[in-house]
Design a protein around this ligand. Structure first.
Ligand SMILES: [Zn+2]
Length: 401
């Protein structure tokens, strides 16, 4: 089979993406954002920590709680240094590489298991030498840029992603809401400057914030009520509101997987790929479309020997970090024939799982079941059932005769 059999669904199935980032490890961030984010389950953000002003040490408990709630913790250097003014490589490593370890160990003391994979350069000062040091410990770096948007089809400089900066004097809430509309391609762009127009397949807006407080004297800070309004607008626009490193890893992974070619096997094909940077997150789930029909209408998709069933839209959620994927014809072990109208527990059921979700062969979710039992009310035919626990799904195909 020639060509690429995998196509990643842009922005995890959303119209576009937005990542809100908060710099400098300020006390008002956990204070004002933690309760707000607890009420917005579809919003997860990134905090770039520094120990400038003892910010990391003093606010470690608050940031650990935010990390445990699914937000990203990134690196903003030890002293918030002007990196272009740092002379020696060892000082750069101290600011960047070693401080990433310090963040992880400091938050571990607060019970948060954090892997720091993203960096943001202070003052957005960057050059080739700095990028080399960043890449020793991080797979992505945030700098500044006036529109802050990234195109699905254009591979950016991963060591210099652009972000739109918030300041009270430099941006209005209306402008931020409009930037979110542009990312989601909502509005009339006829005759607009090309830079103001959303790009094909949605775009990824990265927003750079600092404090979250009503203190009007702090030009870099945003009012809690304003950032809440902006979060809510992003959700209304159906954008993927996810941390910088999460969207960045998805974006970076798709350039690799979508370019991978397949190798024919006796019963289908395999696809393998390489990880482009060893400091990517431990897990990078990718929502993809796979050409399975060329193998079999009931083809089985597997990674590391575990079967993956399609989602309700026919896409599959695969693990990029597994570096391989196999598509093959179904065999006898995939299909359980039973003369009963109701199927019962079988020897290959994983005893660790008791609850399952039942799908039809198009991947449409039909409902739940306990054990390997298809409710008698279901029509005769083939079903896919998937265990509702475990890091990768335990799946099999069964026939209700
Ligand atoms: Zn900063």
């Amino acid at each position: 089979m020639a060509g690429t059999p995998i196509n990643t669904v842009p922005w995890n199935g959303h119209v576009g993406a937005v990542s809100f980032t908060f710099d400098d490890a300020l006390a008002n961030q956990p204070q004002n954002l933690k309760p707000m984010l607890d009420d917005l389950p579809d919003v997860h953000v990134t905090f770039f920590l520094t120990d400038m002003g003892n910010g990391l040490k003093q606010n470690a408990a608050g940031f650990a709680a935010l990390a445990k709630a699914g937000n990203e913790i990134g690196n903003h250097t030890k002293t918030h240094a002007h990196l272009t003014g740092v002379g020696s490589d060892s000082e750069l490593e101290e600011e960047i590489v070693k401080f990433a370890e310090t963040i992880e160990s400091t938050l571990a003391e607060q019970g948060a298991d954090v892997k720091v994979t993203s960096l943001a350069t202070p003052f957005c000062e960057n050059n080739a030498k700095i990028k080399d040091v960043i890449a020793k410990r991080h797979f992505i770096n945030r700098d500044c840029g006036w529109h802050g948007r990234n195109d699905w089809d254009t591979e950016p400089d991963w060591m210099s992603l652009q972000a739109k900066i918030w300041t009270r004097s430099g941006a209005t809430v209306t402008e931020m809401l409009s930037a979110l509309d542009t990312a989601a391609y909502i509005g009339n762009f006829e005759g607009a400057n090309p830079w103001d127009v959303q790009v094909k397949d949605g775009s990824w807006l990265v927003v750079l914030n600092h404090g979250v407080t009503d203190d009007a004297g702090d030009d870099y800070a945003i009012n809690p009520s304003d950032i809440k309004k902006i979060f809510e607008h992003a959700v209304e626009n159906k954008l993927w509101v996810a941390p910088f490193g999460t969207v960045g890893a998805y974006h970076r992974a798709h350039f690799v997987v979508d370019a991978a070619t397949s190798n024919a096997t006796d019963d289908g094909f395999t696809v393998t790929w390489e990880i482009p940077n060893e400091h990517m997150p431990k897990s990078v789930p990718l929502r993809v479309k796979i050409d399975t029909q060329s193998v079999d209408e009931n083809a089985v998709v597997e990674q590391a020997g575990k079967k993956i069933v399609p989602e309700s839209d026919g896409s599959y959620i695969i693990e990029f970090m597994a570096k391989e994927l196999k598509v093959r014809k179904p065999n006898a072990d995939d299909v359980l024939d039973d003369s009963q109208s109701t199927l019962h527990k079988t020897t290959f059921a994983n005893p660790a799982y008791t609850k399952y979700t039942v799908f039809d062969l198009n991947g449409v979710r039909l409902g739940g079941t306990n054990g390997w039992i298809i409710p008698a009310s279901y029509p005769k035919g083939s079903y896919i059932i998937r265990a509702e626990a475990g890091d990768l799904p335990a799946v099999t195909r069964i026939v209700n005769k």
